[in-house]
Design a protein around this ligand. Structure first.
Ligand code: MN
Length: 206
């Protein structure tokens, strides 16, 4: 049986003659030290943060309206979205009006992660099984976010919902609020406004 391309929904939603987003056509492998994570601030119709984890050759994705917290008492709603190609981790720019997800994208944090979830016997549990079961426990090694984060599915079906919560470890800090105090891109050092303006100066032809 042929397996459906995990990026089918991603490709279906976008017109690559219009959007500058990467047109990664299939799941791939990426050379490097470990699976990557990226968090993209996305100023679309509603400002949100897209949390993405490399798994199975794609970026598994959730839209987090309030963004991640460093306070273990804060539960952040995370709504699953379509798998994205690995190249998307480096995408920063402006998705033109009329396109799916129109608005500005900024790479808010990025790095590698470790899946620290164990099965009942204490063995490493594969990320696919964690996704299936709706319980992820990952250790992030980013520039803004570090340490453990738990992602837990709280509702399935059409209205699938997850919660993103900081694990109470040495990197937990209730006083930090990086979503508001550290707004710049870790890729380019730019703010959302700067990305928007530079796009305007370039004009719309590419
Ligand atoms: Mn988004």
């Amino acid at each position: 049986m042929s397996k459906k391309n995990p990026l089918a929904e991603y490709l279906e939603k976008r017109d690559f003659r219009t959007t500058p987003e990467p047109a990664g056509r299939e799941a791939g492998k990426r050379p490097g030290k470990g699976p990557i994570f990226v968090i993209q601030q996305h100023d679309a119709s509603n400002l949100h943060y897209d949390f993405r984890l490399e798994a199975g050759g794609v970026l598994k994705s959730w839209a987090v309206p309030k963004g991640p917290s460093t306070d273990p008492r804060e539960q952040r709603l995370a709504l699953p979205t379509e798998d994205h190609p690995l190249d998307y981790a480096e995408f920063e720019g402006v998705i033109p009006e009329g396109e799916y997800g129109a608005g500005t994208v900024l790479v808010w944090d990025a790095g590698i992660y470790v899946n620290v979830k164990k099965d009942d016997d204490g063995h490493d549990k594969p990320i696919d099984a964690c996704l299936e079961d709706g319980h992820l426990s990952v250790w992030l090694d980013g520039e803004k976010l570090r340490g453990g984060y738990a992602l837990t599915r709280i509702a399935s079906g059409e209205q699938e919902r997850w919660l993103l919560v900081k694990v109470d470890d040495e990197h937990a800090d209730a006083r930090r609020n990086p979503v508001s105090t550290e707004p710049k891109s870790v890729l380019s050092g730019r703010t959302l406004d700067e990305i928007r303006q530079e796009r305007g100066e370039q004009g719309s032809d590419e």
